[in-house]
Design a protein around this ligand. Structure first.
Ligand SMILES: [Fe+2]
Ligand SMILES: [Fe+2]
Length: 274
């Protein structure tokens, strides 16, 4: 991989994602990745009650007494809904892929599209469907602010949300691997899918940081733990899976890229440190 900063990130994206096809919402290498997964399907032996899952998908707070496995799957189904809402909104308003936009913006938008699909593949291990859920009111307003904020101002906000997203994906990846440790193929598949998202999100953090001034990067760092707390509060399942005290302590520490990338099989690229 050659280059540093945004230039280096462009090379990295072209290399790791391959050709970007905005019209068909496709990244060549991602499609290839999915083909490999589909050729080697993984099914859990656990019986997950589909009716209970569907019922709770639409609830703000899950019913009492659900297993940690069920909470993990609900969190997986809900985690990306705010981002999906934002990406679709940006799409609807023609914010993606303008002639005047730098090439990495198309890659970023397409990667976000794939995050929904990557999480849908996690659900598929348990024979659960992916469904669109409207994110809670507070999250909808939060996302609208991010989508419609003037670009100059937006990078610090979006960057902070991406940082918080990295922590959520990393935490849930760990929870998933631990919960299904007795089914090694399932744990490995969950890790693979979550890792793919985490790799992208780290790239997004670096990109946003690279587009920020020093002062904006400071704002990004300041907002990050606040956004992290907001995300965890807004998805009740996260607060039930991860001890809030531990999560808050992690969010209060400086953003630790080495910790996030330790043991990742994927190449990561950080255009700038937040
Ligand atoms: Fe994402
Ligand atoms: Fe992202």
């Amino acid at each position: 991989m050659s280059g540093t900063g945004i230039e280096g990130y462009r090379n990295y994206l072209a290399h790791s994602d391959g050709v970007a096809d905005l019209l068909h919402r496709r990244l060549a290498n991602r499609e290839e990745f999915f083909e490999t997964l589909e050729a080697d399907p993984v099914r859990s032996v656990r019986a997950i009650d589909r009716r209970v899952f569907m019922q709770n998908l639409r609830r703000r707070r899950p019913e009492a007494g659900l297993s940690r496995e069920m909470l993990f799957l609900l969190a997986t189904a809900k985690l990306n809904q705010a981002e999906r809402f934002g990406v679709d909104l940006g799409d609807t308003y023609g914010r993606i892929g303008g002639e005047d936009e730098p090439p990495e913006r198309v890659y970023l938008a397409l990667e976000e599209h794939y995050h929904t699909r990557l999480l849908a593949y996690v659900l598929d291990i348990f024979d659960l469907p992916f469904q669109v859920v409207v994110p809670p009111f507070v999250m909808r307003q939060f996302v609208k602010m991010e989508v419609f904020l003037p670009e100059r101002f937006g990078f610090a906000f979006v960057g902070a949300a991406e940082m918080a997203g990295c922590i959520m994906f990393d935490e849930l990846r760990r929870v998933g691997v631990e919960l299904f440790a007795d089914e090694p193929a399932v744990a490995a598949r969950i890790e693979r899918l979550y890792t793919e998202i985490l790799t992208d999100e780290l790239g997004h953090v670096g990109y946003c940081a690279a587009r920020c001034s020093r002062a904006e990067r400071a704002l990004m760092r300041w907002l990050y733990p606040l956004f992290g707390r907001l995300f965890a509060r807004q998805t009740a399942e996260i607060s039930m899976l991860i001890d809030p005290k531990k999560l808050h302590a992690r969010l209060d520490e400086p953003f630790n890229v080495d910790q996030l990338t330790a043991g990742l099989p994927n190449d990561t690229f950080l255009a700038a440190h937040p």
